[in-house]
Design a protein around this ligand. Structure first.
Ligand code: RB5
Length: 152
């Protein structure tokens, strides 16, 4: 599976460790940056990985900032994206089972590397359950479609 990963300055070290971890497990990982510790704006990096997921360039995405909140908000502005901001593995698992999330987000200032590894494992290894959950996910995407039609 081809995975995209992106982060702001607060998560450079965590991103590096996760890339190494995931490559060690055989995933192909595309790094959309940043690799600099200089202060930067998380929407830039969220949009990059979200576009890569939305276009099919990568199958799933991982986005990290200080809290995970800002970058998840940015990712969710890209059409077709369902980015889940989580802090523990249970929500990561259910973001796949019930929400068909295609990007997982978390905060490098909130969780440690071992929790981050568990989160990405559940996120990447869990399939969407479908059924009644598909109806609900379709309802989310309908909100996106209805709002895309609204004038600015
Ligand atoms: C950067 O200081 C911080 O605001 C950012 O990483 C993130 O936590 C925003 O939601």
């Amino acid at each position: 599976m081809k995975i995209g990963i992106a982060n702001d300055h607060s998560a450079v070290e965590m991103k590096k460790e996760l890339v190494e971890y995931l490559e060690g497990k055989g995933y192909e990982v595309v790094n959309y940056g940043t690799d600099s510790l200089e202060s930067t704006d998380y929407p830039i990096w969220g949009e990059k990985v979200a576009n890569a997921v939305a276009s099919g360039e990568v199958e799933r995405g991982i986005a990290i900032c200080g809290t995970g909140v800002g970058i998840s908000l940015a990712c969710n502005k890209v059409r077709g994206i369902r980015a889940a901001c989580v802090s523990e593995p249970y929500s990561a698992q259910y973001s796949r089972l019930h929400n068909n999330a295609n990007i997982v987000c978390f905060g490098a200032r909130v969780i440690g590397i071992e929790t981050a590894k568990m989160i990405v494992d559940y996120f990447l290894e869990t399939e969407f359950e479908g059924g009644r959950h598909a109806r609900r996910v379709n309802m989310i995407m309908d909100i996106e479609r209805r709002n895309a039609e609204k004038p600015e």
